[in-house]
Design a protein around this ligand. Structure first.
Ligand code: GRF
Length: 221
């Protein structure tokens, strides 16, 4: 990235895009010094596309059902994204498993948010699984994307208590609030050049990040 141009984000969504909206806000308020160059969905019907368009952001969809293989779909994603020269690619509820065809070209600048305290509960139905296991807390993790599903090095984690009578929905409502806080923080760190991905995991300001990520506490930025 040169100092003469503003950093560019590309955000990939599949659904309502509330995390994407948190990025729209973060760019508007200046918390993140970047422009959102493109919001892309694999689903043409994703509600978040309309939200982004209403905010004046370029949108597109690449329907995975039109591709014979994951690799073909990923190649189409790469060729579209490369036109926008993203400094950072944000997966925000993007419900496709990605192959190395996509991950390799963006390695080290590809982030995901996963609604569990990784390494617990990679994959789907995280809140239901936390409740069924009798956990007393749940949470969310922002992590680098590597080829292991939901297994890349964690950057930051936020915890919430599990309360008596919680359902997956009530728990999700508590967790999403934290998602919208920690994802822009991690992106900001990345754009400031404070985060690095290496063979051992991730570092912030040259210090090794713990295996479960930095614990979010209010005031961290
Ligand atoms: C979030 O819970 C995120 O953690 C998960 O998918 C959901 C997306 O929600 N990866 P939204 O579309 O950002 O509202």
């Amino acid at each position: 990235m040169t100092s003469s141009r503003k950093a560019r984000l590309v955000i990939l969504i599949s659904g309502r895009g509330s995390n994407m909206q948190a990025f729209i806000e973060a760019c508007k308020t200046g918390q993140i010094d970047a422009d959102i160059a493109l919001v892309l969905s694999n689903s043409p019907d994703a509600a978040g596309l309309a939200t982004a368009a209403a905010a004046g952001i370029a949108t597109t969809s690449i329907d995975h059902r039109r591709y014979e293989s994951r690799k073909d779909f990923d190649a189409a994603l790469v060729s579209t994204l490369q036109k926008y020269q993203p400094d950072l690619v944000i997966l925000a509820g993007f419900m496709r498993i990605l192959t190395p065809v996509f991950i390799t070209p963006f390695a080290g600048k590809l982030l995901n948010i996963h609604p569990s305290l990784l390494p617990k509960y990679p994959g789907l139905n995280t809140h239901r699984r936390a409740l069924e296991a009798g956990d007393r807390e749940a949470g969310v993790t922002v992590h680098y994307v590597t080829q292991e599903l939901d297994g890349g090095p964690p950057i930051i984690q936020a915890r919430v208590p599990i309360e008596q009578g919680d359902s997956p929905e009530t728990l999700a409502t508590r967790v999403i609030v934290q998602e919208h806080i920690i994802y822009p923080i991690a992106a900001k760190w990345q754009l400031q050049g404070r985060l690095q991905l290496d063979e051992q995991g991730a570092t912030l300001d040259g210090k090794r990040i713990p295996a479960t990520g930095i614990d979010y506490v209010q005031g961290i930025e």
